[in-house]
Design a protein around this ligand. Sequence first.
Ligand SMILES: [Zn+2]
Length: 180
Amino acid sequence: MCTYIIAILPAAVSTSAILSVCDPQRFAFEPLDPPSAVAPLRVDEIGYRATRGRCDCGTALGEAHGGPGGREREIVRRAQRLARRKGWSPARVARWAEQIDHNEQEREGLARAGETAALAEWCGLVRAVIEQRTSPQIGLLRHDGHDQAPILRRDKTRLAQLSQEQLRGFENDVLYEYVR
Ligand SMILES: [Zn+2]
């Protein structure tokens, strides 16, 4: 099941104006096909696939609900399995677990840096659209799956409240509407 980021804009807004204030290599703003792929929309709204990729799996938006977690438990389980199989001493198991933990922390640090960069990109998009008055508002919605994305509720967010934390906290099928 793939994840998609859907953007909602007022029908009067031209997507070429939007693409002029963001990275067109990264963002597409292609109208949804069919337009009913997100519902219910107001008559003066149009839904778009925000990005160029085939899907948005692994997106940083909403990551707060799908974070890694459980790393330590997994390391302890692996250490215990290994110790049983190889007859290691507790001290040796502890050293091994410490090394693994260190390596994983390094990997997680890299993943976090990537996530921060991705969130900064979304922040930049919303800010550019609103601050340069390309559109009075822009809505973003995260949806998992190919079926119709139901707008469960709308959450109006002022630009001053936009932050990476807010974007990380996206819930599926909630339309976050950013306004000045
Ligand atoms: Zn996917």
